[in-house]
Design a protein around this ligand. Structure first.
Ligand code: NAD
Length: 515
């Protein structure tokens, strides 16, 4: 019997029992630096003519691994393997498919420190952020496995005299799964496992900043008994494999998480019917955010300060849910700023192999340069209150940066920077604050701090985001506790880790038999 779903608890790294194995796992991965990893197509390891390096952003001379640069020929090979496997995988007992996910969760638990180490070295996550990411991936496997047990059997329909009516969910076909680098384990695992457990076969194309994490997932799914051809792993440039496969007539659906720009391009390309295509491609796209915390005049200011600091600078502000705007009632603005700035200045920055550093590097040089150019824009649009500089080291380190007195429509208050940069925006009152909350094109997450119940009720109705929080930070959604996904330009309104998520990868078939 499968027990009810429960979220995976986090490791306590103040205990040597967790600290020691974590240090050992980091050292073990450092020893493997420079290893070359293959593609995985039709159950076989495959090489491409060229490779690329995935480096440690905290120590840019260190190559976490070399990965294959898949080209169109290899993308086609992956497509043919996935098409072939779909012919039998779609009829594979749904209970067996669910079992593979549950087994994978079990293996991931066993390899937890190794998975954490991957994110500490390849993405610069601190230990707690890495462990939360690993736990979320385990949650997705456990939750989607159970969800398939619920959705696999025939679904209820209203009886009709003289007929036997059935309603069942069937898979779609071959899917292209394109996750981002920032939750390189959890999101990759969630998107891939949802598509697989529902009976589809997939081509998984990870971000070139996080191919090692996809490699770990492939290893775990193999060990869990996933048959050859169901999961095909294709590393390489987004444009070659991504565009070729997005436009491919045999691609049935695309599951994407990433930036608005790439998401919209995929939606546009998927909307054009290719020669020989006999369906309308389904696109599930989860995209960017410009998330905020609204601090009311009747708020607990200390709690709001803590939430803003953690949500703005956790994982260097590189979460789609990160607080990049704090909107503060002018009556408490000065008090808020006075408390926030010393709190931000306490944040430590450096390689996260050392747990004394809470903030690590940004992901790559492009992100560093892009953030620096936004910091220059910020200096013109607001008052620099903290940070603004690069931090010495052999990685892409930036100080946590805060700009005050930013207009609600300034670029740094409207555009997703995806880095440790926070804009403080004053509002006249609560209603003005809500207007500013909703003034961007995004609608992913947000929080409100107030002790006033009338205002809480109003925010519940008017704060237009997919994930809204009250008197807590706007990051850290848990699987099936806060199903996750945003409105407007933040995506196609899906909810990862929610009870309707698997339906995005299936279609309903009604069968009526007259007696
Ligand atoms: P990105 O858009 O640059 O890349 C995402 C993925 O798309 C990567 O795997 C990349 O290789 C691939 N890609 C790039 N060009 C492509 C193309 N032309 N065709 C097909 N695929 C292509 O995003 P990123 O930098 O990896 O991630 C950060 C972004 O993701 C931020 O905007 C963030 O807000 C967003 N995000 C959203 C959510 C959510 O749930 N809404 C969650 C995490 C991240």
């Amino acid at each position: 019997m499968v027990l009810p779903f429960k979220n995976e608890p986090y490791k306590d790294f103040t205990c040597d029992c967790n600290r020691k194995p974590q240090l050992e796992a980091i050292a073990a991965l450092e020893k493997k630096y420079g290893t070359t990893y293959p593609l995985y197509i039709d159950g076989k390891d495959v090489k491409a003519p060229e490779t690329f390096a995935s480096i440690n952003p905290a120590d840019k001379d260190k190559v976490v691994g070399n990965f294959q640069k898949a080209n169109e020929e290899l993308a086609e090979k992956a497509m043919q393997a996935a098409l072939k496997a779909f012919e039998w995988w779609r009829f594979y007992d749904y209970r067996e498919r669910a079992n593979i996910l549950l087994k994978a969760a079990h293996i991931a638990r066993r390899r937890r420190y190794e998975i954490n180490a991957g994110m500490i070295l390849e993405e610069g996550k601190n230990w707690l952020e890495a462990d939360a990411d690993t736990a979320e991936g385990i949650d997705f496997l456990e939750f989607y496995g159970r969800e398939m047990l619920r959705l696999g059997p025939n679904q209820p329909v209203t009886p009709f005299p003289g007929e036997n009516n059935e309603f069942r969910y069937i898979p779609l076909g071959v899917g292209l799964v394109i996750p981002p680098w920032n939750f390189p384990w959890a999101i990759l695992v969630g998107m891939s496992s949802a598509a697989i457990v529902t009976g589809n076969t997939i081509i998984l194309k990870p971000s070139s900043d996080s191919p090692y994490m996809g490699q770990l997932f492939v290893e775990i799914m193999k060990e869990a008994g996933l048959p050859a051809g169901v999961l095909n792993y294709l590393t390489g440039p987004g444009a070659i494999a991504g565009e070729y496969l997005v436009k491919h007539p045999k691609t049935r659906f695309i599951s994407f998480t990433g930036s608005k720009e790439v998401g919209l391009r995929i939606i546009e390309n998927a909307g054009k019917t290719a020669e020989g295509q006999i369906w309308i491609k389904r696109v599930v796209a989860e995209m960017g955010g410009k998330d905020c915390i609204l601090v009311d005049s009747e708020a607990d200011i200390d709690a709001a300060v803590e939430a803003v600091a953690v949500a703005a600078f956790g994982f260097q502000g590189q979460k789609c849910s990160a607080c990049s705007r704090a909107i503060i009632d002018e009556k408490v603005y000065d008090e808020f700023v006075k408390k926030l700035i010393p709190r931000v200045k306490k944040i430590t920055v450096g390689p996260t192999t050392d747990t004394a550093n809470w903030m690590g590097p940004v992901i790559n040089e492009k992100a560093l340069k892009n953030t620096q150019s936004y910091i220059e824009i910020g200096k013109k649009e607001g008052k620099l209150l903290a940070g603004g500089n690069e931090v010495k080291g052999n990685g892409y380190f930036l100080e946590p940066t805060v700009f005050g007195d930013v207009a609600f429509d300034a670029r740094i208050a409207q555009e997703e920077i995806f880095a440790p940069v926070l804009a403080l925006v004053k509002c006249k009152d609560f209603d003005d604050g809500l207007r500013i909350v909703n003034s961007t094109e995004f609608g992913l997450t947000g929080a409100v701090f107030t002790q006033n119940r009338t205002k809480i009720a109003k925010a519940k109705d008017h704060f237009h985001v997919g994930n809204m929080y009250i008197n807590r930070k706007c990051t850290g959604a848990l699987v099936d506790v806060q199903p996750f996904g945003g409105f407007n330009m933040s995506g196609t309104d899906s909810k990862a880790g929610g009870r309707d998520y698997l339906l995005l990868f299936m279609q309903g078939k009604s069968i009526a038999e007259r007696f």
